[in-house]
Design a protein around this ligand. Structure first.
Ligand code: HEM
Length: 337
């Protein structure tokens, strides 16, 4: 009898233990974590690690605002705070380094035959207006956009939070409102210069000969050479891409959901960084990189010898069209050139 009782006790004890183990397992399975989300001492980061999405209930019609955290949002934040900063830094600092090295080794591309003293009209007043309007908007858009990406780590430590807030607010207004004349400029540029920017065999030859930048070669070019055509298409296609993605952000959730909005900021940021790098190259060639280039867009005229060296086919076409009388005497040599 005693032995029987002892055996029953052992079986009951074992069953109780087993039941307790199964019960605890079930309880643990129902709770995704050991964290009590309602606990006041729960750290936000701990919650984020345990739950994929943090959602609540709300009383406003905007249902998507009930989702406070979601995995794609965290990926986006990582892109915005880490990946995009790397892309921007490598593209912009990289191109600046290349340009400095190029300038130190090659120096300014000079008018090798010297100035002739005669000038030819290269860009009319309307063309220069459209160029400078678009360029001015671009520079403000680039600086105000870079402030969104790099302002916090680079500028905030240098100024008071109030000053940084005020500057960022104005920069954001400028970014939003100047997007309109910028887009108009890109559209006008597209129509104004499309005829001279269709790639052809002359450009292939121009690229094969290093565009006259390497060595002292002067491959013939039409009104726009291969490099300028590349810049034209970067402006037209890059401008369209930043405009489409940018307006998606300015007018949020009009036919777009949260995923599209996140993709739009990523596309916008990446294209903007590459666009800025390409334009730094363009600005270099148009200023300190090449003698006589800036006056084409500044005054609208270039020296005949500059045209001979850099756009020989265009000069021939212009002479055939208007005759040599179109060239005018240069008023005075620019000092320091
Ligand atoms: C039609 C033209 C454009 C529109 C409508 C536009 C609009 C916008 C909007 C709404 C944002 C988001 C701002 C925010 O998060 O509060 C933004 C960000 C930004 N934009 Fe633009 N933009 C345009 C052109 C440009 C251009 C030409 C550049 C540079 C060359 C540029 C560079 C940037 C940069 C770097 C950011 C920050 C990206 C980030 O850190 O996530 N944008 N833009």
């Amino acid at each position: 009898m005693t032995t029987l009782l002892a055996r029953v006790r052992i079986v009951v004890g074992a069953l109780t233990l087993l039941g307790f183990a199964v019960f605890s397992h079930l309880v643990a399975a129902q709770q995704p974590t050991s964290v009590d989300p309602a606990g006041s001492a729960v750290h936000e980061e701990q919650l984020l690690q345990q739950f994929k999405t943090i959602q609540g209930r709300g009383s406003i019609p905007d249902v998507k605002s009930y989702t406070i955290e979601q995995p794609a949002g965290r990926d986006w934040r990582h892109f915005h705070e880490v990946t995009l900063r790397w892309i921007g830094a490598v593209a912009i600092v990289g191109i600046l380094a290349v340009l400095v090295i190029f300038y130190l080794t090659r120096g300014m591309v000079r008018i090798e035959s010297g100035r002739s003293g005669y000038k030819i009209v290269r860009f009319g007043a309307y063309e220069r207006f459209v160029h400078w309007m678009t360029a001015t908007c671009f520079i403000v858009l680039a600086l105000s956009g870079l402030n969104i990406t790099f302002g916090r780590p680079l500028l905030l430590p240098l100024m008071s939070p109030e000053a940084f807030t005020a500057w960022s607010e104005w920069a954001k207004y400028a970014h939003n409102y100047l997007s309109f004349p910028f887009t108009l400029g890109v559209i006008l540029i597209f129509f104004m210069w499309i005829a001279g920017n269709i790639p052809n065999r002359v450009d292939v030859e121009w690229f094969k000969r290093g565009g006259g930048m390497v060595g002292h070669d002067h491959p013939p070019a039409e009104r726009f050479n291969g490099g300028q055509k590349a810049i034209y298409w970067i402006v037209v296609l890059g401008g369209t891409a930043v405009a489409v993605s940018g307006y998606t952000l300015i007018f949020p959730f009009y036919g777009t959901d949260i995923e599209t909005m996140q993709s739009a900021t990523m596309v916008h940021g990446i294209i903007a960084m590459l666009f800025i790098a390409a334009m730094l190259g363009h600005i270099y060639i148009g200023t300190i990189g090449m003698e006589g280039a800036f006056e084409a867009m500044g005054e609208g005229t270039v020296d005949i010898n500059w045209a001979k060296e850099h756009h020989a086919l265009w000069l021939e076409q212009e002479r055939a069209r208007t005759g040599p009388a179109q060239s005018q005497r240069q008023p005075a040599a620019t000092p320091g050139e």
